[in-house]
Design a protein around this ligand. Structure first.
Ligand code: CO
Length: 177
């Protein structure tokens, strides 16, 4: 119990999602599945599926969030690695027994009912690590996302994604006024 199943995602902080598309989408050739405003994280996130995992490009949308301060202090780059586990509570107990410092002593419940906890970088030799225990519905959500991506022509998805970023940006500047 408390077993690591796979890497779920790698989160990368960026200053501008559109600017990074030249590398991640055009040069590396990853598919941009979707771009989403995530108010919980005070960020806009671009999702690139890579096999069973995802690369998430995260752009902070507020000035005073943890990720916004992190970006300002350390610049763009890898923010955290997320491991999917079968039993997060067992995992946290095991980590505590090994005197690993946790940011979340108890798992918190996120979107779709998944359970989430972060391990403090102080105990991991400098890497922020997120743990996920997914609900049964989560693979379904991911599948639906992949299906809708396959349904769209690549050009269409690019236009839609670019339009979405522009749309979200316009919304934000509207809100800041
Ligand atoms: Co994450």
């Amino acid at each position: 119990m408390g077993k690591i199943k796979r890497i779920n995602h790698v989160a990368i902080l960026v200053e501008d999602i559109e600017e990074t598309l030249h590398f991640w989408r055009d040069a590396l050739g990853l598919e941009l599945a979707h771009v989403e405003d995530v108010p919980d994280q005070e960020a806009v996130v671009a999702f690139f599926p890579v096999g069973e995992a995802e690369v998430e490009l995260v752009k902070p949308t507020t000035e005073d969030s943890g990720i916004s301060r992190y970006l300002e202090k350390r610049g763009p780059g890898v923010h955290h690695i997320c491991f999917e586990v079968d039993d997060i509570d067992a995992c946290l107990e095991k980590l505590k027994s090994k005197e690993i410092r946790l940011i979340n002593e108890q798992a918190v419940v996120g979107t779709g009912g998944k359970k989430i906890a972060f391990i403090h970088p102080e105990s991991t030799h400098g890497v922020l690590i997120e743990l996920y225990e997914l609900t049964a519905e989560e693979p379904e959500i991911r599948l639906a996302r992949a299906r809708s991506l396959a349904d769209r022509a690549l050009l269409q998805s690019q236009v839609a994604a670019a339009g979405m970023v522009g749309f979200l940006r316009a919304l934000r500047s509207e809100a800041e006024r």
